[in-house]
Ligand binder design. Sequence first.
Ligand code: FES
Ligand code: FES
Length: 167
Amino acid sequence: MKKAKVENKIDLTFELNGQPYHLTVPPTYRLVDILRTDLQLTGTKISCEIGRCGACSVLLNGKVVNSCLVMAYQIQLSTIETIEHVSHQSLHPIQQAFLEEGGLQCGYCTPGMIIALKDLLEQNQQPTDEEVFEHLSGNLCRCTGYTGIIRAVQRYREVVNKKEEIQ
Ligand code: FES
Ligand code: FES
C-alpha cells in the first residue's frame, strides 16, 4: 500500500514591523526565509547562514538575533523588527549619523550593523568605543575598517549630549 505524502506545515502568528501576521510555512523554514522569501523583506541579507556574519540580524522581542539561526516555530507570538522598519517614519538617528560620517559600507553588512547598533543604543545611549566594538563582534565585514562606524556612533553621542544639555 502506498503511503500518502504528508505535507507538514505550521501556522504562525506574530507581529512584524508593527503589523500582525498569520502565515503557514514549512517547519524547516527559518526566520530569514520567511522574511525574504514569503514577505519580500530583502533588507535582511543572507551571507554565511551559520550565525557568524550578522548580515541577517533582526530584532526579535527587542533583542538582536541572527535570523538564519531562528527556526520558524521560534517566532510564534513574537514581535520582530527588520531594517525596513527602522526608518519607517524618518531616518533613525544612528542612520543619520552613518550618512554624516561615512559609516555606510556595503548592502550586505550595513543593515545588520544598523540593527545591532539600534539594539545597543536602546540599552545605552552613551556607549564607549570598546562597548561598540564588543556589540558589533557578531557583525563581520572583511572589506573595510570599522572607523566610519565608530565615527558615526561618536556623532550620535554628540547629538544625544547636546539634546541633554538643552533640556
Ligand atoms: S547569514 Fe546569518 S549570521 Fe551570517
Ligand atoms: S561586508 Fe559590507 S563592506 Fe565589507
